[in-house]
Design a protein around this ligand. Sequence first.
Ligand SMILES: Cc1cc2nc3c(=O)[nH]c(=O)nc-3n(C[C@H](O)[C@H](O)[C@H](O)COP(=O)(O)OP(=O)(O)OC[C@H]3O[C@@H](n4cnc5c(N)ncnc54)[C@H](O)[C@@H]3O)c2cc1C
Length: 500
Amino acid sequence: MAAVTAPDVDILVIGAGQAGLSAGYHLQRLGLRPEQDFLIVDHAPGPGGAWQFRWPSLTLTTVNGVHDLPGMAFTEVLRPGSDQAPAATAVPEYYARYEQRFDLRVHRPTTVRVVCDRATPTTCPTESVDGLLHAETVPGTPGSSGSATTNGSGERRTGRIDVPGAASGAAESVSTTGYSDDSSGKRLTGRIDVPGAASGAAESVSTAGYSDNSAEQTHRTPGRPAEYDTATDDSDATRARHATMASTEHRVLELSDSATIFDPPATLRVRGLINATGTWEKPFVPYYPDAGTFAGRQLHAHDYRNAEEFAGRHVVVVGAGISAVQLLDEISRVTTTTWTSRTEPRWRTDEFSRDAGRRAVAMVEDRVRRGLPPRSVVSVTGLPVTDRIRAARARGVMDWHPMFSRIEPDGVRWADGTPQPADVILWATGFRSALDHLAPLRLRGPGGGITMTGRLATQVAADPRIHLLGYGPSASTIGANRAGRAAAVELTEHLGLRRV
Ligand SMILES: Cc1cc2nc3c(=O)[nH]c(=O)nc-3n(C[C@H](O)[C@H](O)[C@H](O)COP(=O)(O)OP(=O)(O)OC[C@H]3O[C@@H](n4cnc5c(N)ncnc54)[C@H](O)[C@@H]3O)c2cc1C
């Protein structure tokens, strides 16, 4: 047994999205101090987690619902009439204020390139024989292709991403760190162009509709389906707050440069890890051997900016999740489209009740407890039929086709041999967990997933020092909140760190 030496900090939280911030809040409530007992790092340039990269047309009206972070309501930073505000600015502003109010001292941009706990010389630059987890950090946002950039300019860049194989959907995809956590181990031959300013889509977000009895609320604006309406935005208190906000300047706050207070070493030695790195940086594109022959443009929803850039071109939208139908609706307003996916879209016919939400989350939780890769929750809950969807149906654009059998230079070919000419293939095929930096820890089991345990299935069964947030059942803003609390409580207990 290796001797345990003093860590640089007890707990490292990787990622400052909803999950990482929730974890930070709860660690603090348990008596741990930021930068002394725990450290939050994030490699995005600003606050907001993945929200800062969402496409501009995703507004507070069209999101599923953004649940309040613990201890501070979203409505505190919302101006009146901000329903149409892009999520990419409104949510980052909320997170910025949150970080400031709770003095969470997020270090950014700092990338955790790899985490090791044993001597694995080929992947780990240091030998961690001291019983601690070693996190190799580098300043900045990774420049590798496939990672998000925040210039917000919408400029195209010519980078390409490698897409691993396994059309089964079980494989992880783009590596942003140089390490791969790909359970399949396959690399593919096809490539797709990646535009610069990031944005995206996930089919694994539908747990957002799930609410509980917690005091926090989900931001909802008029027109959203009732299932997301757990907030009481129209209360007198909220109206009064809005009135106050109207007279204050609305801007993303500049946070102090906490790196001047605490400068983390390149190798951080920690006793416990809360990984909250989300899914945004792992857009998933299923493997089609002939994808590389396509002469048009292929992109993932991650890189979608606006519909106008497709005007005059025929777009094949692939996917059966919420993002696919939203983007299909948008793009079909400016050009012709074809909609297809491997599995037939499942429309929800009933109201999305709290119980239905619980059941959906429970099914995903059950999978990760059994070591299976998490599955999209929308496959369990079905797609909500919103007014926009009804209108799109009336326009005749929700005309779904079973998946094409081939990709050819000029388009795709259906199973019956009919060609479908196309200029663009938009893959709205979801995301996987961004866990490449944990690959040396060899957390994946034979089932392709990581066996999880703990109260909310955030704890890695094989290594109780490690909690994964946003993995499986916690891949929503409400799930991330709860997972942050559970991880903070269980990890501090495990490490004997409880101070209050
Ligand atoms: C298009 C889209 C719409 C969605 N809409 C909703 C919705 O309406 N409601 C809802 O509840 N959920 C929604 N989701 C899901 C949503 O992403 C989650 O609910 C939640 O915001 C994710 O929070 P997170 O903290 O787990 O991850 P993220 O917000 O992705 O944060 C992860 C953070 O980790 C950082 N990071 C990653 N890797 C590293 C590394 N190696 N080193 C350092 N930092 C790293 C990133 O910079 C990022 O800031 C949506 C997802 C998508 C893709």
